[in-house]
Design a protein around this ligand. Structure first.
Ligand code: ADP
Ligand code: MG
Length: 348
């Protein structure tokens, strides 16, 4: 008989906490020189010599940050890693280690947690980070996953949100709005499925935007590229909550204003067509959608020649004096103040 892997379910109670930890962590190997001791003691030991250390944590809660009815656990593990790694890269640093903490209810069989960890493992190997510890505990209902990422950089290379100057160019990587629209498509299909479970969704026209929602990537490549081009941004942030609120963070921390040009905002053709279908304004989606995990940064005008020909970068505006405020220059050339719509308020 052929055993269907999806059918086999091992209750977590069969392993117990220590059995589960052993099972989950047994094939994590150590690759980074800076990892002196990984999993298996009371604490990990790291040695970064004279580098500065960057640390960040993000927690994802079932029902708040993800919905397992369309988010496969493997993708969730991968995405939980990306969310954290993206914050390390936004400091212009290299990610080196992570710790992974999970709270799981006994509603999840071992196989589900294995799937979660296979996503974590895939991301760890692709982004070249060691998993050096974590914590495992039970929860009464849902799943919670909290990852702490550690990175390093030379002190002269760290980029904060606070260094932008008036006249600096505002630059974004990749394209925006796709992850939010992918979520809209997945939510719609979930509703259709509730009404008619026989209905198999046809998602062919949405492959890019769904991938951006379910399997986002962090821009490790950009940190290297900027270094190769010898460009040090004056300020930087990753786009987790939407372009608008990230621009406002840069402006606030740097004490400057800005002009963002609507016609420069990079959009994938699938974003444009799906916006038309959903009757959404593509600029609003890019400004407020969130979860793009692209990098937003400012560079001095002198660096323009180094970045202008690179397809990874789009100049979308300029920083201005604080007194100018933060404005969107529309296609009709009118200036309207940017609003901080996090993507939560966008859902109301
Ligand atoms: P302690 O009692 O000291 O907290 P644990 O039994 O919780 O130790 O953990 C044992 C080892 O396994 C530690 O190195 C810890 O960092 C690691 N660990 C525990 N849970 C996880 C997890 N979910 N993922 C990765 N490593 C883990
Ligand atoms: Mg513990």
């Amino acid at each position: 008989m052929i055993e269907d892997k999806n059918q086999s379910k091992t209750p977590l109670s069969e392993l117990g906490e220590f059995g589960l930890i052993d099972h989950l962590t047994k094939d994590f190997s150590i690759k980074k020189k800076s990892t002196v001791k990984g999993i298996g003691d009371d604490a990990a030991v790291l040695d970064f010599k004279d580098e500065q250390i960057v640390v960040t944590t993000d927690m994802l809660v079932e029902g708040v940050h993800f919905d397992l009815s369309y988010m496969p656990l493997k993708h969730l593990g991968y995405k939980a890693m990306i969310v954290n790694l993206s914050d390390i890269y936004a400091m212009n640093a290299k990610a080196t280690q992570v710790t992974v903490s999970i709270a799981v209810s006994n509603r999840f069989p071992l196989e589900a947690i294995e799937a979660l960890y296979s996503g974590i493992k895939t991301a760890a190997s692709l982004y070249d980070v060691d998993v050096v510890g974590g914590d495992t505990t039970s929860s009464t209902t849902g799943l919670i996953i909290s990852i702490t990422a550690i990175g390093t950089t030379k002190s002269k290379d760290v980029v904060y949100r606070s260094g932008a100057k008036s006249n600096d160019l505002l630059v974004v990587t990749g394209d925006l709005g796709a992850a939010y629209l992918g979520l809209q498509v997945l939510e719609r299909e979930k509703e259709v499925f509730k009404v008619n479970p026989q209905n198999q969704p046809d998602l062919e026209n949405y492959t890019y935007i769904i991938e951006r929602q379910l399997k986002p990537e962090a821009r490790k490549d950009i940190v290297k590229l900027l270094n190769d081009l010898e460009v040090k941004p004056t300020s930087m942030i990753d786009i987790s909550d939407g372009l608008s609120s990230e621009i406002m963070h840069l402006c606030k921390e740097s004490q400057v204003g800005c002009e963002l040009y609507e016609d420069k905002i990079p959009l994938d053709p699938q974003v444009i067509s799906t916006c038309e279908e959903f009757n959404l304004d593509s600029t609003t989606v890019a400004l407020s959608g969130g979860e793009d995990y692209e990098l937003l940064f400012t560079v001095s005008q002198e660096d323009y020649t180094k970045i202008k020909a690179n397809p990874n970068f789009t100049v979308i505006g300029f920083m201005k004096d604080k007194s100018t405020g933060m404005n969107l220059i529309t296609r009709a050339e009118t200036s309207i103040p940017l609003k901080a719509q996090g993507w939560n308020s966008f859902n109301n």
